[in-house]
Design a protein around this ligand. Structure first.
Ligand SMILES: [Zn+2]
Length: 248
């Protein structure tokens, strides 16, 4: 029943031409047919369908660094803008998602757990990371070992934030400016540690759109996972209609 109501509201948004003033950041993980539930996945068919939907819709994909510029300069955000992100650094991001992103000329940011890169066939190799980087895919840090940040001592937290940043900068010859909080866990001291480590922006959870005034160190993301398998559900989540009950 709730799904039907969500869908009806998203249709109303569409039919009434309601513009989305904020920017929604989509959060993907592995793009793989896998029902084991061990890692967050979305099937390649669903991912292809969703990207095709975005391409043919009013939404406009912008790179994360462009969103950061808009927010920093307090410039009005492009209408219906969205940002595509992936966490963890799964190999299928290269094998499956990358060709689809290229097909539609979509930008994306991949947040790497640096100790996992090149570790085994589940994760990206540095050669694959470099190939995507050369094409224009952006990379950020998702820590060095993917710990629960709130449980770390200040010293260990600093190591996780700095080591991963340095490794990415060394491997890609870039200034690594973006960070993704593992499990979306964040508090005052982690946010401050992220700022001190030299990151310009950081993404969390929250399911909200990002607007002028949103903290650059706590950007909200909308998690897209297997239960969003139908384009109808995806459309609901893009529109934010699944959040309607929070309006009252
Ligand atoms: Zn993660």
């Amino acid at each position: 029943m709730k799904h039907l109501l969500d869908y009806t509201i998203s249709l109303a948004y569409h039919c009434l031409h309601i513009e989305h003033k904020g920017c929604r950041i989509l959060e993907f993980h592995s793009i793989l047919d896998d029902s084991s539930g061990k890692i967050p996945t979305l099937s390649p068919i669903a991912f292809q369908k969703f990207m095709e939907y975005i391409y043919n819709s009013k939404y406009k994909v912008i790179p994360l660094n462009q969103l950061v510029e808009y927010l920093k300069q307090m410039k009005p955000l492009p209408k219906n803008s969205i940002v595509i992100t992936f966490d963890d650094g799964y190999k299928d991001n290269f094998l499956t998602a990358f060709p689809i992103l290229k097909k539609y000329n979509f930008s994306a940011t991949i947040f790497l757990v640096t100790e996992w890169i090149g570790k085994n066939s589940t994760y990206l190799s540095w050669a694959e990371v470099k190939q995507m980087h050369n094409y224009g895919i952006l990379f950020g840090s998702h820590t060095n070992t993917h710990p629960h940040l709130l449980k770390l001592s200040p010293e260990k937290l600093e190591i996780e934030l700095k080591k991963s940043k340095e490794i990415i900068e060394d491997k890609l010859g870039i200034n690594c400016q973006a960070f993704s909080y593992p499990y979306g866990e964040i508090n005052e001291s982690t946010r401050e540690a992220v700022r001190k480590a030299g990151y310009r922006c950081a993404v969390s959870k929250g399911e909200k759109t990002n607007t002028l005034g949103t903290s650059l160190l706590e950007l909200s993301r909308t998690f897209i996972y297997e239960t969003d398998i139908t384009t109808r559900r995806f459309r609901v989540r893009l529109s934010g209609a699944h959040q309607w009950h929070k309006l009252w």
